[in-house]
Design a protein around this ligand. Structure first.
Ligand code: HEC
Ligand code: HEC
Ligand code: HEC
Ligand code: HEC
Length: 209
């Protein structure tokens, strides 16, 4: 009985060390998946794979977050009412007084977290409107608004950095470029409704018969 047991343990140990050694061997060659893709896509059957032709039209910025460096679309030139300081040179009170009539941002209401958690000043700095702000009052550039989201949505942020949430532009060929949070989510109303696949509605047909 015990002999059997010892044998099993021995076999396991050998298998384990085999796996361990082979993994380690690979690790020495490449430090990350991206590194491996980059290295192996150079001169692939005489063709160099690159996402560059998909990025020609894109005004992008390079970011480095932890171990990941990639491109995301530049944002500020895309925001309709940027620069905010075209109007926000006076205090809010003064602006509100001088603005009798239609509310300036009538089309923006928060459908995100409830009002005990979040209001305009959670993300916008009333005294520095051209920048966003963190929960601890650190300045966040509008181009890097993913740093705003990442404070509360850590899981999606980590997935996004690695390429598991969101979308790469131009596939996985280097240089890597990905859409940023606000390209898909409206920060004021970020939720997407779940959608079911279209299907033939047999219930409706029955009701009509
Ligand atoms: C065309 C002028 C104009 C521009 C551009 C503008 N704002 Fe405003 N904003 C106003 C006025 C006027 C108010 C005062 C309150 C009102 O009328 O709703 C205001 C109020 C606000 C408030 C307070 C709303 C509230 O209910 O307390 C926030 C936050 C704000 N603006 C953010 C921004 C940001 C961020 C930008 C730039 C991305 C921006 N605004 C650009 C005119 C402007
Ligand atoms: C969860 C954070 C968050 C909250 C809360 C928030 N905003 Fe914003 N807001 C953003 C971000 C991020 C952007 C930039 C979006 C982009 O890049 O398109 C933005 C953009 C804007 C803009 C520019 C929109 C445009 O297209 O010109 C205005 C104006 C604005 N916010 C006003 C407000 C007002 C007023 C409130 C409160 C009613 C508010 N925001 C609440 C994060 C927030
Ligand atoms: C201060 C914390 C905070 C910040 C900053 C913040 N969120 Fe949220 N967000 C929340 C909370 C709280 C909810 C509601 C969660 C729920 O209902 O389960 C939420 C809900 C969401 C949802 C809907 C979740 C669902 O289940 O459908 C999305 C998408 C989202 N946020 C994206 C963003 C994006 C993008 C940004 C940056 C522009 C951002 N959030 C910034 C706290 C935050
Ligand atoms: C290419 C578009 C795209 C980008 C970029 C993107 N998201 Fe999403 N996100 C989605 C879609 C689509 C869903 C809805 C998934 C579903 O309902 O199953 C979603 C869902 C979410 C949710 C709801 C919870 C969940 O996981 O289903 C949160 C929170 C969220 N995203 C936050 C973020 C943050 C933070 C970023 C940036 C770091 C980001 N997203 C970038 C498309 C995107």
């Amino acid at each position: 009985m015990t002999k059997h047991y010892m044998l099993k343990i021995l076999v396991c140990a050998v298998l384990f060390s085999l796996v361990f050694v082979s993994c380690n061997g690979h690790k020495e060659e490449y430090h990350s998946v991206m590194e491996r893709i980059e290295a192996e896509s150079e001169d692939y059957h005489g063709v160099t794979l690159s996402s560059e032709k998909y990025l020609e039209e894109l005004k992008s910025i390079e970011i480095t977050e932890g171990d990941f460096t990639f491109l995301i679309p530049e944002r500020k030139s895309q925001i309709k009412s940027y620069a905010c300081t075209e109007c926000h040179t006076k205090s809010l009170n003064e602006l509100q007084d001088s603005n009798i009539g239609k509310k300036a941002h009538w089309d923006i209401s928060i459908v995100h977290a409830n009002e005990n958690i979040m209001n305009c000043a959670t993300c916008h700095n009333i005294n520095d409107m051209d920048n966003l702000k963190s929960l601890t009052n650190k300045r966040i550039d509008f181009n890097n608004s993913y740093n705003l989201c990442s404070q509360c949505h850590t899981k999606q942020f980590n997935d996004w950095k690695g390429g598991a949430h969101g979308k790469n532009i131009g596939g996985w060929a280097p240089p890597r470029a990905a859409l940023t949070c606000v390209n898909c989510h409206n920060p004021h109303e970020p939720h997407f409704e779940s959608r079911w696949p279209a299907r033939f509605n047999t219930q409706k047909v029955k009701e009509r018969e």
